[in-house]
Design a protein around this ligand. Structure first.
Ligand SMILES: [Zn+2]
Length: 181
């Protein structure tokens, strides 16, 4: 509902008579221009079959500096009145809010990935240090343990950022589904 203009907001009982009245009104001009219809036809075809590039998605709007959260493709902005939609060259489609939500989820996934790498680093350094202690190479072992605890501290900081980002992503997603009042 955030992406459309609301003409009427009625009780269930009042909808019937309004619809009857609206059905009597003839539109002054066609609702969609031929170019709108052609674009809609192409977009339906892209949604069903893909191949957005071949079907001319780039003619629908302007290139943006944004990339598709699903495939890293370049996003084209399609303006519709006050609203913008985004479509990538492979056919993924977003509203502004769903794009924001997709990017927020991607940031969160990035944090989790960095955290896993830091924990792996700490485990490997601890493991290497253990081997050196067995070989009585205590000075090097101690340096490795220091590196391991640095990686563990960094991992904790990234965890906090991942959790914070997760909350932000949830907030954006909730905003996307919130009915407009
Ligand atoms: Zn895409």
């Amino acid at each position: 509902m955030q992406q459309v203009e609301i003409d009427h907001c009625l009780s269930v009982a009042a909808i019937g008579s309004l619809l009857q009245g609206l059905a009597m009104i003839r539109p002054k001009e066609p609702c969609e221009s031929p170019s709108d219809k052609e674009r809609m036809r192409k977009e339906i075809s892209i949604a069903a079959e893909g191949n957005a590039f071949e079907k001319g998605v780039t003619e629908f709007g302007d290139y943006t500096p944004f990339t598709c959260p699903e495939c890293d493709g370049v996003l084209i902005r399609i303006r519709e009145g006050a609203n913008s939609r985004y479509r990538c060259h492979t056919g993924h489609a977003y509203s502004g809010t769903s794009l924001l939500s997709g990017i927020a989820e991607r940031i969160e996934a990035g944090y989790w990935s960095v955290m896993r790498s830091l924990e792996e680093t700490a485990m490997l350094l601890d493991d290497m240090s253990g081997v050196l202690v067995a070989d009585e190479e205590n000075e090097i072992a101690s340096a490795l343990r220091k590196e391991a605890s640095l990686a563990k501290r960094q991992s904790k900081r990234i965890l906090a950022m991942a959790l914070e980002q997760g909350q932000a992503a949830t907030y954006v997603a909730a905003g996307a589904n919130k009915p407009k009042r």
